[in-house]
Design a protein around this ligand. Structure first.
Ligand code: HPA
Length: 284
């Protein structure tokens, strides 16, 4: 059962979680939150020095993530001039704990002083040039879950939801990163090939004109990140989204999709992902 407070007063729930974390870390404030999604967990060791680690189950209104490979820890990491609050794993909408459980980490990070959040995920690629191991910067998202973390009449602007300043930081660093529109689907089942064809068709007109080079830009599909970005933007946090391609989307590969493939891709690429995160953080 999810705590009633999280359902009824998510901001108070986040304040309590932050108080607990502040007690544990004995540090007043953090500046950057980092959510490590599928495939990214092994990269955390490379980004700085872990000062404190706490199990998510011990922090108010957090749960141990259901997804294998999501470590279930919150770490306070010092990296150069930054103090990073890293979440090893996340709560997905399809954990069925309610949208506020999915938004809780971002709201807690905001209460901890974070003004920026880096959201990472493993994603399926609709771009045949983007094979497992490829990394793309999220330029925009399409929330196809039918759910929002915001309350009634919270009419926030979602233009430039993913910070152009932060994409530019990434592209200055690594010219080979892709430019993605990330489509958040509800899951937990992977898509059918028909769903993927529909998503491709929905973008057939607009996508080419938005981003010109077909090798550099594309669609990704995954089960996270969009809801967290909406949460962060409502709190005026700057968002950077990074996706690791873990598979070609349904119907594009003869292999069945499975979560093991997602984790194996992460393990195989952990050193590069760690280096990329460390380099980005250094320039932030
Ligand atoms: N679809 C949805 N979510 C995913 C996928 C996918 O193909 N790969 C990793 N997460």
């Amino acid at each position: 059962m999810i705590h009633e407070l999280l359902a009824n007063d998510p901001l108070l729930a986040a304040t309590r979680a932050a108080e607990h974390l502040r007690c544990v870390t004995k540090l007043g404030t953090h500046d950057i939150a980092l959510v490590l999604g599928s495939g990214w967990g092994d990269a955390v060791g490379s980004i700085g020095c872990t000062e404190h680690a706490v199990a998510m189950v011990d922090v108010p209104d957090f749960r141990k993530p259901n997804v294998p490979g999501h470590g279930g820890e919150i770490r306070s990491i010092s990296a150069g001039s930054h103090r990073i609050l890293a979440f090893l794993g996340r709560t997905h909408l399809n954990d069925k704990l309610g949208v506020n459980a999915t938004a809780h980490a971002v709201r807690t990070a905001h209460q901890m002083g974070c003004t920026t959040v880096i959201l990472t995920n493993g994603a399926g690629s609709l771009n045949p040039f983007w094979l497992p191991g490829f990394v793309a910067v999220i330029m925009d998202h399409d929330n196809q879950t039918g759910v929002s973390p915001l309350g009634p009449a919270e009419f926030i602007c979602m233009n430039d939801a993913y910070s152009p300043r932060l994409w530019q930081t990434c592209f200055d660093l690594r010219r080979d990163l892709g430019r993605a529109v990330y489509v958040q689907v509800p899951g937990p089942e992977y898509e059918t090939p028909a769903q993927i064809r529909r998503i491709r068709a929905q973008y057939a007109q607009s996508f080419g004109s938005m981003y010109e080079d077909p090798r550099k830009s594309g669609l990704l599909v995954g089960m996270s990140t969009g809801i967290e970005t909406i949460t962060a933007r409502a709190l005026d946090m700057e968002v950077l989204g990074l996706s690791l391609v873990t598979n070609l989307a349904a119907g594009m590969s003869p292999l069945p999709l499975n979560h093991k493939e997602v984790l194996d891709t992460g393990h195989a690429h952990a050193p590069e992902l760690g280096r990329l995160l460390a380099d980005i953080l250094e320039r932030m």
